[in-house]
Design a protein around this ligand. Structure first.
Ligand SMILES: NC(=O)c1ccc[n+]([C@@H]2O[C@H](COP(=O)([O-])OP(=O)(O)OC[C@H]3O[C@@H](n4cnc5c(N)ncnc54)[C@H](O)[C@@H]3O)[C@@H](O)[C@H]2O)c1
Length: 248
Protein backbone atom coordinates (compact mmCIF):
# COMPACT_ATOMS: atom_id res chain seq x y z
CA UNK A 1 0.00 0.00 0.00
CA UNK A 2 1.46 3.29 -1.06
CA UNK A 3 -1.36 5.81 -0.61
CA UNK A 4 -2.31 7.49 2.62
CA UNK A 5 -5.67 5.73 2.59
CA UNK A 6 -6.48 2.04 2.33
CA UNK A 7 -9.33 0.63 0.23
CA UNK A 8 -11.10 -2.56 1.32
CA UNK A 9 -13.79 -4.41 -0.67
CA UNK A 10 -15.99 -6.97 1.07
CA UNK A 11 -17.98 -9.62 -0.85
CA UNK A 12 -20.80 -11.27 1.07
CA UNK A 13 -21.02 -8.24 3.36
CA UNK A 14 -24.70 -8.69 4.11
CA UNK A 15 -24.72 -11.55 6.60
CA UNK A 16 -23.72 -11.87 10.22
CA UNK A 17 -19.96 -12.05 9.67
CA UNK A 18 -20.08 -9.75 6.65
CA UNK A 19 -21.82 -7.04 8.66
CA UNK A 20 -19.28 -7.38 11.48
CA UNK A 21 -16.39 -7.22 9.00
CA UNK A 22 -17.92 -4.16 7.37
CA UNK A 23 -18.26 -2.43 10.76
CA UNK A 24 -14.67 -3.28 11.61
CA UNK A 25 -13.03 -2.18 8.37
CA UNK A 26 -15.22 0.89 7.83
CA UNK A 27 -14.23 2.05 11.32
CA UNK A 28 -10.47 1.46 10.90
CA UNK A 29 -8.35 4.59 10.42
CA UNK A 30 -7.82 5.96 6.91
CA UNK A 31 -9.90 3.20 5.34
CA UNK A 32 -12.56 3.44 2.63
CA UNK A 33 -14.76 0.44 1.88
CA UNK A 34 -16.86 -1.10 -0.87
CA UNK A 35 -19.48 -3.43 0.59
CA UNK A 36 -21.32 -5.89 -1.59
CA UNK A 37 -23.79 -8.75 -1.25
CA UNK A 38 -26.26 -10.73 -3.30
CA UNK A 39 -29.11 -9.41 -1.17
CA UNK A 40 -29.93 -5.69 -1.36
CA UNK A 41 -31.88 -5.94 1.91
CA UNK A 42 -29.00 -7.56 3.74
CA UNK A 43 -26.63 -4.94 2.38
CA UNK A 44 -28.91 -2.16 3.56
CA UNK A 45 -28.89 -3.70 7.03
CA UNK A 46 -25.09 -3.82 7.00
CA UNK A 47 -24.81 -0.18 5.94
CA UNK A 48 -27.27 0.88 8.64
CA UNK A 49 -24.95 -0.71 11.21
CA UNK A 50 -21.76 1.03 10.11
CA UNK A 51 -20.05 3.28 12.65
CA UNK A 52 -20.63 7.04 12.55
CA UNK A 53 -16.91 7.75 12.39
CA UNK A 54 -15.72 6.12 9.21
CA UNK A 55 -14.23 6.61 5.77
CA UNK A 56 -16.18 6.67 2.53
CA UNK A 57 -18.55 3.78 1.81
CA UNK A 58 -19.63 2.47 -1.59
CA UNK A 59 -22.29 -0.24 -1.89
CA UNK A 60 -23.47 -2.47 -4.68
CA UNK A 61 -25.23 -5.78 -5.01
CA UNK A 62 -23.30 -8.59 -6.67
CA UNK A 63 -23.63 -12.33 -7.04
CA UNK A 64 -20.16 -13.78 -6.44
CA UNK A 65 -20.86 -16.69 -8.75
CA UNK A 66 -21.01 -14.24 -11.69
CA UNK A 67 -17.52 -13.00 -12.66
CA UNK A 68 -18.91 -9.88 -14.31
CA UNK A 69 -20.67 -8.80 -11.12
CA UNK A 70 -17.55 -9.38 -9.03
CA UNK A 71 -15.48 -7.39 -11.51
CA UNK A 72 -18.02 -4.58 -11.08
CA UNK A 73 -17.28 -4.53 -7.33
CA UNK A 74 -13.57 -4.12 -7.97
CA UNK A 75 -14.28 -1.56 -10.69
CA UNK A 76 -16.32 0.42 -8.15
CA UNK A 77 -13.31 0.52 -5.82
CA UNK A 78 -11.14 1.82 -8.64
CA UNK A 79 -13.70 4.35 -9.87
CA UNK A 80 -14.45 5.68 -6.38
CA UNK A 81 -11.05 5.43 -4.69
CA UNK A 82 -8.45 4.70 -7.37
CA UNK A 83 -7.12 1.47 -5.86
CA UNK A 84 -7.91 -1.77 -4.04
CA UNK A 85 -5.69 -2.81 -1.16
CA UNK A 86 -7.74 -5.56 0.46
CA UNK A 87 -10.39 -7.97 -0.80
CA UNK A 88 -12.37 -9.90 1.80
CA UNK A 89 -14.22 -12.72 0.02
CA UNK A 90 -16.79 -13.81 2.57
CA UNK A 91 -19.91 -15.06 0.77
CA UNK A 92 -20.82 -18.64 1.59
CA UNK A 93 -23.76 -21.02 1.61
CA UNK A 94 -24.60 -24.20 3.48
CA UNK A 95 -26.39 -26.90 1.49
CA UNK A 96 -29.46 -28.55 3.04
CA UNK A 97 -28.61 -30.94 5.87
CA UNK A 98 -28.32 -34.44 4.42
CA UNK A 99 -26.19 -37.50 3.92
CA UNK A 100 -24.42 -37.76 0.58
CA UNK A 101 -26.94 -40.14 -0.98
CA UNK A 102 -29.77 -37.71 -0.20
CA UNK A 103 -28.17 -34.60 -1.68
CA UNK A 104 -28.95 -33.47 -5.22
CA UNK A 105 -26.71 -32.23 -7.99
CA UNK A 106 -28.30 -28.81 -7.40
CA UNK A 107 -27.15 -28.86 -3.76
CA UNK A 108 -23.59 -29.53 -4.91
CA UNK A 109 -23.79 -27.06 -7.75
CA UNK A 110 -24.91 -24.15 -5.57
CA UNK A 111 -22.23 -24.90 -2.98
CA UNK A 112 -19.58 -25.07 -5.68
CA UNK A 113 -20.75 -21.92 -7.46
CA UNK A 114 -20.82 -19.74 -4.34
CA UNK A 115 -18.17 -21.26 -2.07
CA UNK A 116 -15.56 -22.16 -4.69
CA UNK A 117 -16.24 -20.25 -7.88
CA UNK A 118 -17.23 -17.16 -5.88
CA UNK A 119 -13.76 -17.05 -4.35
CA UNK A 120 -12.12 -17.75 -7.71
CA UNK A 121 -14.02 -14.82 -9.19
CA UNK A 122 -12.96 -12.62 -6.27
CA UNK A 123 -9.30 -13.53 -6.67
CA UNK A 124 -9.39 -13.02 -10.45
CA UNK A 125 -10.99 -9.60 -10.19
CA UNK A 126 -8.74 -8.46 -7.35
CA UNK A 127 -5.44 -9.56 -8.89
CA UNK A 128 -6.47 -7.74 -12.07
CA UNK A 129 -5.90 -4.46 -10.21
CA UNK A 130 -3.49 -5.58 -7.47
CA UNK A 131 -0.87 -6.93 -9.90
CA UNK A 132 -0.39 -3.56 -11.61
CA UNK A 133 -0.34 -1.93 -8.14
CA UNK A 134 2.30 -4.44 -7.02
CA UNK A 135 0.53 -4.96 -3.70
CA UNK A 136 -2.61 -6.32 -2.10
CA UNK A 137 -4.06 -8.66 0.49
CA UNK A 138 -6.85 -11.13 -0.25
CA UNK A 139 -8.61 -12.86 2.62
CA UNK A 140 -11.04 -15.72 1.95
CA UNK A 141 -13.53 -17.08 4.45
CA UNK A 142 -13.11 -20.85 4.68
CA UNK A 143 -14.23 -22.86 7.74
CA UNK A 144 -13.04 -25.52 10.15
CA UNK A 145 -15.49 -27.60 8.12
CA UNK A 146 -12.78 -27.55 5.46
CA UNK A 147 -10.41 -29.45 7.73
CA UNK A 148 -12.72 -31.64 9.84
CA UNK A 149 -15.56 -33.98 8.79
CA UNK A 150 -19.13 -32.87 9.48
CA UNK A 151 -21.72 -35.53 8.93
CA UNK A 152 -24.66 -34.38 6.76
CA UNK A 153 -22.64 -31.45 5.35
CA UNK A 154 -20.50 -32.93 2.57
CA UNK A 155 -20.92 -30.07 0.06
CA UNK A 156 -19.98 -27.50 2.70
CA UNK A 157 -16.95 -29.48 3.96
CA UNK A 158 -15.69 -30.29 0.48
CA UNK A 159 -16.09 -26.77 -0.87
CA UNK A 160 -14.52 -25.17 2.23
CA UNK A 161 -11.56 -27.54 1.89
CA UNK A 162 -11.30 -26.26 -1.66
CA UNK A 163 -11.23 -22.67 -0.36
CA UNK A 164 -8.23 -23.48 1.84
CA UNK A 165 -6.38 -25.01 -1.13
CA UNK A 166 -7.38 -22.12 -3.36
CA UNK A 167 -5.87 -19.63 -0.90
CA UNK A 168 -2.63 -21.63 -0.80
CA UNK A 169 -2.30 -21.93 -4.57
CA UNK A 170 -3.16 -18.27 -5.12
CA UNK A 171 -0.61 -17.33 -2.43
CA UNK A 172 2.11 -19.15 -4.35
CA UNK A 173 1.01 -17.81 -7.72
CA UNK A 174 0.81 -14.14 -6.72
CA UNK A 175 3.54 -13.74 -4.10
CA UNK A 176 5.94 -12.32 -6.68
CA UNK A 177 3.29 -9.74 -7.58
CA UNK A 178 3.28 -8.47 -4.00
CA UNK A 179 -0.12 -10.00 -3.28
CA UNK A 180 -0.78 -12.07 -0.17
CA UNK A 181 -3.65 -14.56 -0.09
CA UNK A 182 -4.82 -16.17 3.15
CA UNK A 183 -7.99 -17.61 4.59
CA UNK A 184 -9.72 -17.63 7.96
CA UNK A 185 -11.27 -20.88 9.19
CA UNK A 186 -13.98 -19.96 11.69
CA UNK A 187 -15.59 -22.37 14.08
CA UNK A 188 -19.32 -22.04 14.58
CA UNK A 189 -20.98 -18.70 15.37
CA UNK A 190 -24.75 -18.50 14.99
CA UNK A 191 -25.97 -16.77 11.85
CA UNK A 192 -28.62 -16.99 9.15
CA UNK A 193 -26.53 -19.72 7.54
CA UNK A 194 -27.90 -22.08 10.20
CA UNK A 195 -31.55 -21.32 9.40
CA UNK A 196 -33.32 -24.62 8.92
CA UNK A 197 -30.79 -26.68 10.88
CA UNK A 198 -32.52 -28.68 13.62
CA UNK A 199 -31.70 -27.48 17.20
CA UNK A 200 -30.14 -30.85 17.98
CA UNK A 201 -27.67 -30.32 15.13
CA UNK A 202 -26.66 -26.92 16.61
CA UNK A 203 -26.33 -28.48 20.08
CA UNK A 204 -24.17 -31.26 18.70
CA UNK A 205 -21.86 -28.67 17.12
CA UNK A 206 -21.80 -26.44 20.21
CA UNK A 207 -20.56 -29.13 22.59
CA UNK A 208 -17.56 -29.72 20.33
CA UNK A 209 -16.29 -26.17 20.91
CA UNK A 210 -14.27 -26.13 24.17
CA UNK A 211 -14.79 -22.35 24.47
CA UNK A 212 -18.43 -22.63 23.36
CA UNK A 213 -19.97 -21.14 20.23
CA UNK A 214 -18.37 -17.88 19.15
CA UNK A 215 -19.69 -14.66 17.67
CA UNK A 216 -18.75 -12.89 14.46
CA UNK A 217 -16.86 -10.31 16.54
CA UNK A 218 -14.54 -13.08 17.79
CA UNK A 219 -13.22 -13.46 14.25
CA UNK A 220 -12.44 -9.86 13.40
CA UNK A 221 -8.91 -9.77 14.79
CA UNK A 222 -7.80 -12.47 12.35
CA UNK A 223 -9.17 -10.56 9.36
CA UNK A 224 -7.69 -7.25 10.54
CA UNK A 225 -4.32 -8.91 11.00
CA UNK A 226 -4.31 -10.61 7.59
CA UNK A 227 -5.40 -7.40 5.89
CA UNK A 228 -2.69 -5.36 7.59
CA UNK A 229 1.02 -4.84 7.02
CA UNK A 230 1.63 -6.71 10.30
CA UNK A 231 0.96 -9.83 8.20
CA UNK A 232 3.43 -8.81 5.49
CA UNK A 233 5.24 -12.18 5.75
CA UNK A 234 2.05 -14.26 6.06
CA UNK A 235 0.65 -15.82 2.92
CA UNK A 236 -0.98 -19.16 2.12
CA UNK A 237 -2.08 -19.44 5.75
CA UNK A 238 -5.35 -20.91 7.00
CA UNK A 239 -5.88 -19.20 10.35
CA UNK A 240 -8.16 -21.22 12.60
CA UNK A 241 -10.36 -19.19 14.98
CA UNK A 242 -12.72 -21.75 16.42
CA UNK A 243 -12.93 -21.80 20.22
CA UNK A 244 -10.78 -24.93 20.20
CA UNK A 245 -13.05 -26.96 17.91
CA UNK A 246 -10.26 -28.37 15.74
CA UNK A 247 -7.80 -28.85 18.60
CA UNK A 248 -8.57 -32.47 19.61
N1 LIG B 1 -21.68 -19.10 10.81
C1 LIG B 1 -20.74 -20.01 10.99
O1 LIG B 1 -20.74 -20.80 11.96
C2 LIG B 1 -19.61 -20.11 10.02
C3 LIG B 1 -18.52 -20.92 10.34
C4 LIG B 1 -17.48 -21.03 9.45
C5 LIG B 1 -17.50 -20.30 8.27
N2 LIG B 1 -18.57 -19.52 8.00
C6 LIG B 1 -18.53 -18.76 6.74
O2 LIG B 1 -18.61 -17.38 7.04
C7 LIG B 1 -19.13 -16.68 5.90
C8 LIG B 1 -20.27 -15.79 6.36
O3 LIG B 1 -21.30 -16.59 6.84
P1 LIG B 1 -22.35 -16.15 7.93
O4 LIG B 1 -22.35 -17.20 8.97
O5 LIG B 1 -22.19 -14.73 8.31
O6 LIG B 1 -23.67 -16.42 7.09
P2 LIG B 1 -24.83 -15.49 6.57
O7 LIG B 1 -25.79 -16.40 5.91
O8 LIG B 1 -25.28 -14.60 7.67
O9 LIG B 1 -24.07 -14.60 5.48
C9 LIG B 1 -23.74 -15.09 4.21
C10 LIG B 1 -23.89 -13.92 3.25
O10 LIG B 1 -23.47 -14.38 1.96
C11 LIG B 1 -24.38 -13.82 1.03
N3 LIG B 1 -24.39 -14.61 -0.19
C12 LIG B 1 -24.89 -15.86 -0.36
N4 LIG B 1 -24.75 -16.22 -1.64
C13 LIG B 1 -24.17 -15.17 -2.27
C14 LIG B 1 -23.78 -14.93 -3.61
N5 LIG B 1 -24.00 -15.85 -4.56
N6 LIG B 1 -23.20 -13.74 -3.90
C15 LIG B 1 -22.99 -12.81 -2.95
N7 LIG B 1 -23.34 -12.98 -1.67
C16 LIG B 1 -23.93 -14.15 -1.35
C17 LIG B 1 -25.73 -13.87 1.72
O11 LIG B 1 -26.66 -12.98 1.11
C18 LIG B 1 -25.36 -13.47 3.12
O12 LIG B 1 -25.43 -12.07 3.30
C19 LIG B 1 -19.56 -17.78 4.91
O13 LIG B 1 -18.55 -17.96 3.94
C20 LIG B 1 -19.67 -19.01 5.79
O14 LIG B 1 -19.51 -20.21 5.08
C21 LIG B 1 -19.63 -19.40 8.83
Amino acid sequence: MTGARRVVAILGAGGTLGAALSRRFAGEPATDVVVSDLSADALEHTVAGLPDVRGAVETLTADVSDPTQVEAVVARAIDAFGRLDVLISNAGVLAPNGRIHNLSVDDWDRSYRVNVLGNVNGIKAAVGVMRPQGSGSIVLTASVAGMTAWSHAAPYCATKAAVIQLAKVAAVEYARDGIRVNCVCPGTFLSQIHDGLPPEAIDAIAVKHPLGLGSADDLLGAYSYLASDAARWTTGAAIVVDGGYAAP
